[in-house]
Design a protein around this ligand. Structure first.
Ligand code: 6YU
Length: 493
């Protein structure tokens, strides 16, 4: 390597850590990470809940199999249960939808609907998601969004396929579809499936393997990776306010990174890993000169909504021993109309239900509620007491048990996290693969006479098909480090 290039990484989430690890292992000696908060991990965040640990951010390794670098690292660090390591687990291809055992409750209370009754609706919904994913390769999609496509197809198919079944069962199946739309909003981190582009939905790719969790917490991965970095490489509580690039002034290093406290750090290369939500909000002040228009438009087109969790602990379960997910069906949601709700009054209707934390021997009786969109953002503004009260009323209503009382509650607040501003990236209406290409494009863009690779971009929102995941973020960090390694190995020749 000629000279010692100065490299600054902004953000100490998994992508920033991955970039630093690769650069340090590649022989770069002047690498530092500037992190706004007091901790590493970003959206990988394990918290305490009573006597247990729970994941406030990322939950699963999606597609834990050989091709997934997060799985390979977790295995190397011995962070997984034997079940997750089994060839059977790795070989299962679930296409992003785990076959969870459901319990189903309705808003009229006192009834546990037979799970068998919901399967035809579930099958139709999964089929429609699969069809939605096919429009990416075909082009010429019939609707702009996944939501509009599904609603139109469900109405048509229900009229044909369910014409002979009784009205009550048909209405139940429609409520199931409404509920699955809410669940899909959580998966996509979107307010509504009407905001998810039909032509873009298939850009996201899944990996084989039945999703698994980290028994000791996702942050174990961060701790192991951090322990391999030289100490002092990360400066915490150091928000970056502006990246000055492409300067016309003659200076030794082409980039200056300005921090909130006024400190200015010169660099040859900056790898920006801040979340897309943060970029959407702060791009105009974060870059001098501003970002090129095509990059800015991609930042605006890609979606970055909110998905939050509400953990609820009970002394004893009201669900079956084998139950993995609890669906809450609202009797008034059988018309598939977009809920134009009074958010303040009925925000909790957006919660599709709960996943059950397993195994019971480890967690006791903890449920994780899932809520996406503007209702989720409103939930963040309520006090813990107000959320507890609302959840208690909801559970009493759906179980028909007027004295059921949770032991404790904990919720995430990703929208109001000033360094994240939401949960993760989703393919918005009108997006294409080009938008993700634009996200990862470095500055100055190709063809410029200035020094290349001044500002580089990593993070989940820059992965061409694993956006919104930990493995996508990790791979994006390695990708940008490899670009620098290859740049310097070429310039040495
Ligand atoms: C996964 C999962 N999972 C649930 C929830 C959330 C996320 N994800 P980071 O934000 O980590 O780091 C950036 C750092 O930058 C951070 O530390 C900041 O403090 C810092 N920073 C910001 N501004 C700064 C400044 N100015 N100066 C200095 N520093 C600054 N992923 O694999 N499995 O189960 C979930 C889930 C509630 C919030 C998730 C999951 C997403 C991951 O957490 C996330 O991608 C990575 O951690 C991001 O790492 P990073 O380094 O990029 O940023 C079609 C289609 C469908 C697509 N969706 C499919 C579904 C897949 C997504 N599933 C998610 C589900 C859950 C439950």
């Amino acid at each position: 390597m000629s000279g010692t290039p100065k490299i600054v990484i902004i953000g100490c989430g998994i992508s920033g850590i991955a970039a630093a690890q690769r650069l340090v292992n590649g022989g770069f000696t002047d690498v530092r990470i500037l992190e706004a908060t007091a901790r590493s991990g970003g959206r990988i965040k394990t918290g305490r809940f009573g006597n247990n640990i729970v994941e406030i951010g990322a939950n699963w390794i999606h597609g834990p199999s050989e091709e997934n670098p997060v799985f390979c690292l977790a295995r190397q660090y011995k962070l997984l249960d034997p079940e997750a390591l089994s060839p059977e687990n790795q070989g299962m291809d679930i296409g992003g939808h785990p076959p969870w055992v459901p319990n189903v409750f309705s808003s009229s209370g006192d009834q546990l609907i037979n799970a068998e009754d919901i399967y035809p609706a579930q099958d139709m919904f999964v089929e429609l998601l699969y069809e939605s994913s096919q429009y990416q390769s075909q082009g010429g999609e019939p609707w702009p969004s996944v939501g509009e496509f599904i609603r139109s197809e469900v109405r048509q198919r229900a009229a044909e396929q369910w014409k002979d079944i009784d009205a009550a069962t048909r209405s139940l199946r429609m409520s199931v579809i409404s509920n699955l739309m809410k669940a899909e909003c959580c998966v996509n981190g979107a307010h509504s499936m009407d905001e998810v582009g039909l032509g873009a939905y298939g850009i996201y790719k899944t990996l084989p393997g039945l999703d698994c969790t980290f028994p000791g917490g996702y942050e174990g991965l961060i701790k192991n990776l951090m322990s391999e970095l030289p100490s002092g490489l990360v400066t915490y509580n150091r928000p970056v306010s502006c990246v000055h690039w492409n300067s016309s002034e003659q200076r030794e290093n082409p980039v200056v990174v300005e921090c909130d406290d006024g400190e200015k750090i010169a660099a040859d290369h900056v790898i920006v890993t801040v979340p897309l939500g943060y970029l959407k909000k702060h791009h105009s002040t974060l870059f001098r000169p501003p970002l090129p228009l095509h990059k800015l438009h991609s930042i605006q087109r890609l979606g970055f909504g909110t998905n939050n969790k509400i953990f609820v602990e009970f002394d004893s379960p009201f669900w079956d021993a084998d139950c993995e997910v609890i669906y809450l069906l609202w009797d008034d949601e059988d018309a598939l109309v977009q809920q134009v709700t009074d958010v303040q009054r009925s925000w909790l209707q957006k919660l599709f239900g709960f996943t059950v934390l397993k195994p019971t021997e480890r967690y006791g009786h903890i449920l994780c509620g899932w809520i996406a969109g503007h209702e989720s953002e409103y939930m963040e503004t309520l006090s813990e007491q107000e959320v507890t009260h609302a959840i208690t009323q909801l559970i009493r209503r759906f179980t028909g048990n007027p004295i059921l009382t949770p032991k404790r509650i904990l919720r995430s607040q990703w929208f109001h996290d000033p360094w994240t501003c939401g949960s993760y990236t989703c393919p918005g209406k009108g997006c294409s693969a080009q938008d993700l290409e634009n996200m990862m494009e470095s500055l100055p863009t190709k063809g410029s006479q200035s020094q290349p690779l001044q500002v580089m971009f990593a993070g989940e929102a820059t992965h061409p098909f694993y956006f919104s995941t930990v493995h996508g973020a990790l791979l994006s960090g390695w990708r940008e480090a490899d670009r620098l390694i290859s740049h310097y190995s070429k310039s040495k020749l």
